[in-house]
Design a protein around this ligand. Structure first.
Ligand code: AHM
Ligand code: MG
Length: 311
């Protein structure tokens, strides 16, 4: 007999149910973190529905503003940012918010203040909005350092101090394979790459050890490229180059959360100089080169940088 339950999973594990289940295991907890996560989930659900109906609701296109990094803001960038700021402030559990879209950090007024700092990119990959490719939200959470008045130092902490990080992909639990068959990079920047990056990509195409060459996959939405890397393995790189000596991606809300997730899944994240999560950012919108993915693949990049340093 054909039961609906055979065709569909009916024991749905939603994120809200997961968070509540986890919280029940810690009866001493105050529930603050769960409340914060539920507000992040609310933001994601709102943005998801806005992205789904972007074409119909005339949300496609530019907002007419340029953000702090000199990039044109899309209407959905502006809307998503507003939604997240409001959701996070109204959670009553946050004290400092750093968003890709806002030049200055937001300090939550004292009556609504909590102990958590949230760094986020409300809509990563927004250049892909208009063509319907997957885009997403990236976030990381820190605990404020002490009970005093919050300061920027509370968010300028190394990534390894993050309590949690996540992304939500719009449009579409894992352990990343130890080695993968895919490399993911904007090859259009190749003429400006440094030696180790160029050598690494050359090895991906023309391996000298008898292994097969890797396939190139590059979407141009970090969320989608890292999502695939987590599932299939391989490496995602946004290296430094002559034009952008610090790469493109922002430390607090792109590099750190994705590096955090990559390490949790058993992979590695490297900046070209050090473990990405050991960086201590000096500015909220600081950038860093990043190589992240399967442990063995990142190890190869590390060896090439080490070899160059010893020359
Ligand atoms: P955004 O936050 O302004 O969307 O920019 C970040 C995006 C990442 O999602 C992606 O990895 C990268 O920029 C792509 O950059 P490029 O077009 O230079 O390859
Ligand atoms: Mg981004």
């Amino acid at each position: 007999m054909d039961h609906a339950a055979d065709a569909y999973r009916t024991d749905l594990m939603t994120i809200t149910r997961f968070v509540l289940n986890e919280q029940c295991k810690h009866p001493e907890s105050r529930g603050d973190f769960s409340i914060l996560l539920s507000h992040i989930v609310l933001g994601c659900k709102f943005v998801c529905s806005a992205v789904n109906k972007a074409g119909l609701a005339k949300l496609i296109g530019l907002a007419g503003e340029t953000n702090v990094q000199g990039e044109e803001q899309k209407k959905l960038d502006v809307l998503s940012n507003e939604v997240f700021i409001k959701a996070l402030v109204s959670s009553g559990r946050t004290c400092i918010l750093v968003s890709e879209e806002d030049e200055e950090a937001t300090f939550v007024e004292s009556s609504k203040r909590g102990r958590y700092c949230v760094v986020f990119d409300p809509l990563d990959g927004s250049s892909n909005i208009d063509c319907g490719v997957s885009i997403g939200t990236i976030f990381g959470i820190y605990m404020v350092k002490d009970g005093g008045e919050p300061t920027l130092d509370d968010v300028l902490q190394p990534g390894k101090n993050m309590l949690a990080a996540g992304y939500c992909m719009y449009g579409s639990s894992c352990t990343i394979p130890k080695k993968g068959k895919i490399y993911s990079v904007n090859e259009g920047n190749a003429k400006n790459w440094d030696g180790p990056t160029a050598k690494y990509v050359e090895k991906c195409k023309f391996p000298q050890d008898g292994s097969s060459s890797k396939s190139l996959r590059y979407i141009g939405s970090m969320v989608a490229d890292v999502h695939r890397t987590l599932l299939y393995g391989g490496i995602f790189l946004y290296p430094a180059d002559k034009k952008s000596p610090n790469g493109k991606l922002r430390v607090l809300y792109e590099v750190f959360p994705m590096s955090f997730l990559m390490e949790q899944a058993g992979g590695q994240a490297f900046t070209g100089k050090q473990r990405a999560l050991d960086l201590i950012p000096q500015k909220i919108h600081e950038r860093s080169p990043i190589f992240l993915g399967s442990s063995d693949d990142v190890e190869e990049v590390k060896a090439l940088y080490a070899a160059e340093e010893s020359m």
